[in-house]
Design a protein around this ligand. Structure first.
Ligand SMILES: Nc1ncnc2c1ncn2[C@@H]1O[C@H](COP(=O)(O)OP(=O)(O)OP(=O)(O)O)[C@@H](O)[C@H]1O
Ligand SMILES: O=C(O)C1=C[C@@H](O)[C@@H](O)[C@H](O)C1
Ligand SMILES: [Mg+2]
Length: 182
């Protein structure tokens, strides 16, 4: 049985990659806490991400995001799902590497688009051509996500639970992250 964590696992990757959905399933399976930086920011501000972007702007959101990630990485080991843009900031990447390990859930543009196209909760995609915006974000961000210590490919055929088990297998293969690897 694989249970417990020696260090916090920060899931990084694009909107729709499954950081939140798969992160919850990983935490349940490992019997560790699950935290989501987007949800923590919304809770602290008592407003949705869309409202925060609209009223206070992206800069304000990014500064809250860094604060929340710093705080959560100081707490008990957990599965930490980050927002899609969090890993773009060097300070966030350095802090994640110092306190835990980053896992990039790597999903291709088609999968991402299928998952985000009907949702209006992602302010960065409120453009005239959201598919093109998503494509541009993927192109700019992929080389930076690639700095994560572990990369797990999201195959379209895999369910949330199957993806969770694939990530856990990658954590075990890496060594030094999960507690009981027997
Ligand atoms: N492996 C999967 N199989 C089927 N559906 C999935 C899978 N992974 C995620 N989904 C679905 O895709 C949608 C987006 O996933 P999720 O919210 O977890 O993405 P995210 O990476 O947290 O995005 P964001 O950066 O915007 O928070 C959700 O509806 C989720 O249920
Ligand atoms: O990719 C991004 O920059 C974002 C992703 C979401 O998780 C939220 O953090 C927000 O919508 C910004
Ligand atoms: Mg999420």
């Amino acid at each position: 049985m694989v249970k417990g964590l020696k260090k916090t696992v920060a899931l990084v990757g694009m909107m729709g990659a499954g950081k939140t959905a798969v992160g919850k399933a990983i935490a349940l399976s490992l019997d560790v806490p699950f935290l989501d930086s987007d949800a923590e920011i919304e809770r602290a501000a008592d407003r949705s991400i869309a409202e925060i972007f609209e009223r206070d702007g992206e800069r304000f959101f990014r500064s809250k995001e860094s604060q929340v990630i710093t705080r959560l990485l100081e707490d008990e080991q957990c599965i930490l799902s980050t927002g899609g843009g969090a890993f773009m900031t060097a300070e966030n990447r350095d802090f994640i590497a110092a306190k835990g390990v980053a896992v990039w859930l790597k999903a291709d543009l088609d999968i991402l688009w299928q998952r985000v196209r009907h949702k209006s909760t992602r302010p960065l995609l409120q453009t005239d051509n959201p598919f093109e915006t998503l494509k541009e974000l993927v192109e700019v961000r992929e080389p930076i996500y690639a700095k994560a210590g572990i990369v797990v490919d999201a195959e379209p055929a895999l369910s949330i639970e199957q993806m969770a088990q694939k990530v856990i297998a990658a954590l075990v293969a890496h060594g030094g992250i999960v507690k009981d690897e027997t």
